[in-house]
Write a protein that binds this ligand. Structure first.
Ligand code: T46
Length: 138
């Protein structure tokens, strides 16, 4: 895992190039958690942003596999943003990181690997509550 900054943690997948680009990811070898769920987002409204939450325990890696997207990350005291384009570079989003997905393009496809199965109770969707909890973390 590469650390570009305190908040932006990028993961580069191995790529096989022959008559296509083939990227692959294996739990533990490339992904720092056991993958329990995948989901993907397509056809997002380009005028709307998404996210605006943090997870209590869930860890995730976002791959933009088509188009582009900007992700804003916030640990309660610092904010950083990163633009993902269609490559084999994924963005690791740890638990307790508030994240916002902005600048969806018409053709953006986001593939997400998650460490937990879906549980709405794992979400903090209130920013003030998030800030309060995040500031308790030493
Ligand atoms: C995240 C970002 C990157 C499910 O029922 N199962 C699922 O696995 C997921 C991901 C969502 N849902 C339901 C929950 C909501 O009723 O789908 C609805 C839309 O979810 P949400 O508004 O949280 O979508 P985004 O795009 O804001 O966030 C999603 C993930 O939910 C979230 O965990 O980190 O993508």
């Amino acid at each position: 895992m590469n650390r570009k900054s305190e908040l932006i943690r990028l993961i580069e997948l191995p790529k096989i190039e022959d008559d296509c680009n083939l990227f692959y990811a294996e739990s533990k070898n490339h992904i720092p958690f056991l993958i329990k769920r995948i989901y993907y987002i397509t056809n997002a409204n380009t005028k709307l942003n998404r996210g605006y939450h943090a997870h209590l325990k869930n860890q995730q890696i976002l791959f933009c596999i088509n188009g582009s997207i900007t992700i804003v990350l916030d640990n309660g005291s610092k904010k950083e943003r990163v633009k993902l384009k269609a490559t084999g570079i994924g963005l690791f989003i740890d638990k307790m990181i508030w994240h916002e997905m902005i600048d969806f393009q018409k053709d953006t496809i986001l593939l997400i690997l998650a460490s937990m199965i879906f549980d709405e109770k794992d979400y903090i969707r209130d920013y003030e509550k998030f800030k309060k909890e995040a500031n308790k973390i030493p």
